[in-house]
Every structure is written in C-alpha cells, then in structure tokens.
Design a protein around this ligand. Structure first.
Ligand code: XIL
Length: 365
C-alpha cells in the first residue's frame, strides 16, 4: 500500500470500520503527531497563512502529521505591524488559528520578543521609556488576544550571542538597549499576566553541537535561565531550535548533559525548529544518500532529547523541503532537510521520526 493509499485509508471515515477489524495500524501508518501523543508529547510543524490559503496536499499532510502548528512568521512583530501608528494586522494569524481549531491542532506561539523581523521604527528604539510605551503594549496585546488558544509561547527568542562580547553573553538588541538584561524577565512577567495558562519558553539556537562557540551559547543560556528562576520569573521551559548542520560535530554526552541540566532546573524542553542544513558538497551526492544523512543527524539529537521526560515536543521548521526557509537563505538551493521532499513524499527522516516517537518512553504530565 503506498503512502497516499495509506493516508486515505487512515483518513477516510468509512475506512475506519475496516481498520478496526485489523491490528492497530503500524507506526508508519500512524501520523507523527499521534505517535508523539502516545508518549505524552506533541509533534508539529511551522506553517504559513499562505499554506492555509493554498490548501491542497501540503495542508492535508500538515493535518495528518501534526498535533501542533506554529505560525512561521505571522506572529512576529514585523509581520503584525509596519508603521508605528497602525494597529496590528491579526488576520493572517487568525486564519491559522481558525484552521487549527477546525483540525483539532494546538498552536505554539513564536515569538513575542525577537531582534529580527521588527518594524523598522522598533529596531531604532533604545530607552526605558520606549519599552513602556511600545514593548509593554505589544506583548500584552498579542499574548492577551491568544491567551486561550496558544498553549506554549517562545516569549523571548535568541537572547544569547557570545560574539557580542557582552559579559553576560547576551545579545545586544534594541530590547537590551532599552532595559538591560532584565528585559527578558520583564517580557516573561508581562506574558504571564496576559496569558496565565500558557507555558512560557525561552528559545535559542546553536546548542546541540560540541564546538567551542556552542559551548559558550549553552553557558549563556543556562546562566540566563538560572538568573530568571532565582528571581521567581515565570519561565516554564526552554526551546532549542534544532537547526541541525551536517558539518558540525555532535557529542552525545555534551548534549545529554545540557538536556539533563535543563531538566534538573525543573524546566520543560522542546525542539522548536528542527531541520537539517546539508554539507556544501551535498549537491553532488545521490538524493537518497543525502536524505539518509539528514535522518541520521536528526536521530543523534532526538535520541537524546526523547530519553528525557522533560521533552514536551518537537516541531520541524516546515514539513516538506519545498517549504523550507533553508531553500531561501542557504547556498544549497535543493537542501534535503525535512521529513517530506519537494513532491511531498516521505523521506528517511519521516521513518526515523516515526520509529523514535513509537519507541519513546511515556512522559508523565
Ligand atoms: C525564519 C522564517 O522561516 C523565514 O521565512 C523568515 O524569512 C525569517 O525567519 N530562527 C527563528 C525563526 O527563530 O523565527 C526563523 O524563521 C528561522 C531562524
């Protein structure tokens, strides 16, 4: 039975009577979201309001494979607001939330405070007064609007940047200029007031590999989280983006220590933007070998993360390579780095994800 037939078989209501007569569907016939749910976790993908508008096979795949959706850019400040005087345009986000409700998906919010994708006039702000006049209302308005619909928020994204030579390893952003390092704590307090039931995460990248720069990133993240927790700030979890890179060196013990340290702090963990950037010479390799390499890279990291009950879920940054941001921003125009290829066929990574979720120990909420 090919994938499409299986999909129809699973999806078709009438077929369910037949399905009941056979042993429960094999792992590869069950959606990744359903497999993740069996271990008390979620699996999802970033998607755009354009994908909702377009509908068709990709949206159907997002429905079959995901239990969680993440607006890829629609919740970013620069996507909501252009001019200082205008009110936020929530229509694109609302179209995603409406489709999510219809499809029984939960929505993860990304992101309230990030130094990229800002309206031009916000990037120029720099005083505590600016924070009070502009950032406070922004966080309150967005978090409050979706207080009952977004279950997990990336409140602050990419707060660490060792190469900014700041003594606390924090990134020098407009928010840091306005309020100093305490902008992170203030953002979480505001988000918690506006959305008291949402789980609030700090999100960052470059944390999975054993090189020196990533070791400094991990140090910066842990130092910031320790400070937030010591101040009683309502931070519930940490999101490791998971933009993996075939060229980097993975060390199981190094990443496992990081995951265990986060869990030991009482924090939840999520892999929030999983995809794989291939090596520069990949283009000359057979496609299936490239896809196997990407699947093996994902397995290294998720085998560690799924060993820990602190892991609440995994989100890929797009479900099919044709939708990947890596195609637009990296030197490999046909990057093979997601669970489905350009023709929406499952890649070896999809098989790896299914096996890992099916074999994961159940976490207790
Ligand atoms: C990316 C989107 O995927 C692109 O479409 C957009 O042009 C730029 O932002 N880390 C993040 C995400 O936290 O918000 C970024 O998403 C990818 C890197």
């Amino acid at each position: 039975m090919n994938r499409t037939t299986r999909r129809t078989f699973i999806a078709g209501g009438a077929a369910m009577a037949v399905a009941a007569a056979v042993p429960s569907a094999r792992a590869e016939d069950v959606g990744l979201g359903a497999l993740a749910t069996r271990s008390g976790r979620f699996f999802g993908s970033a998607l755009t309001s354009e994908a909702i508008r377009r509908g068709g096979d990709y949206l159907r795949l997002l429905g079959e494979e995901c239990s969680v959706w993440v607006p890829e850019w629609e919740l970013k400040w620069g996507a909501l607001v252009k001019e200082r005087t205008e009110a936020p345009n929530f229509r694109p986000v609302d179209s995603i939330l409406s489709a999510a409700r219809e499809g029984g998906k939960r929505v993860r919010g990304h992101t309230l405070v990030w130094h990229e994708h800002l309206p031009d006039w916000v990037a120029k702000l720099g005083t505590a007064g600016d924070w009070d006049r502009f950032v406070v209302p922004h966080i309150r308005q967005v978090a409050e609007r979706y207080r009952d619909e977004i279950f997990q928020w990336d409140v602050v994204n990419e707060a660490i940047e060792p190469f900014d030579d700041s003594p606390d390893l924090m990134r020098q952003t407009p928010f840091y200029r306005m309020l100093g390092p305490d902008y992170v704590a203030e953002a979480f307090r505001l988000a918690h007031e506006a959305a008291p039931t949402a789980r609030l995460y700090l999100n960052d990248y470059g944390l999975c590999y054993a090189d020196g720069a990533q070791e400094r990133r991990r140090k910066g993240v842990l130092r910031l989280l320790e400070r937030l927790l010591s101040q009683g700030v309502p931070v519930h979890g940490f999101g490791s983006q998971g933009h993996l890179d075939i060229r980097s060196t993975f060390n199981d013990r190094v990443f496992r220590d990081f995951v265990e340290t986060l869990a030991g702090m009482g924090l939840e963990l999520a892999i929030t933007e999983l995809d794989v950037r291939e090596a520069d010479d990949a283009a000359g390799l057979p496609r299936v070998e490239r896809q196997e390499r990407a699947a093996a890279e994902v397995e290294k990291v998720l085998a560690v993360a799924l060993d820990n009950p602190a892991l609440t879920g995994v989100v890929t940054w797009g479900l099919a390579d044709s939708e990947s941001w890596l195609r637009k921003t990296r030197p490999i125009p046909d990057n093979q780095g997601l669970p489905y290829d350009d023709q929406l066929r499952p890649t070896p990574m999809r098989r790896t994800l299914a096996r890992l979720f099916a074999g994961a120990a159940k976490r207790h909420e």
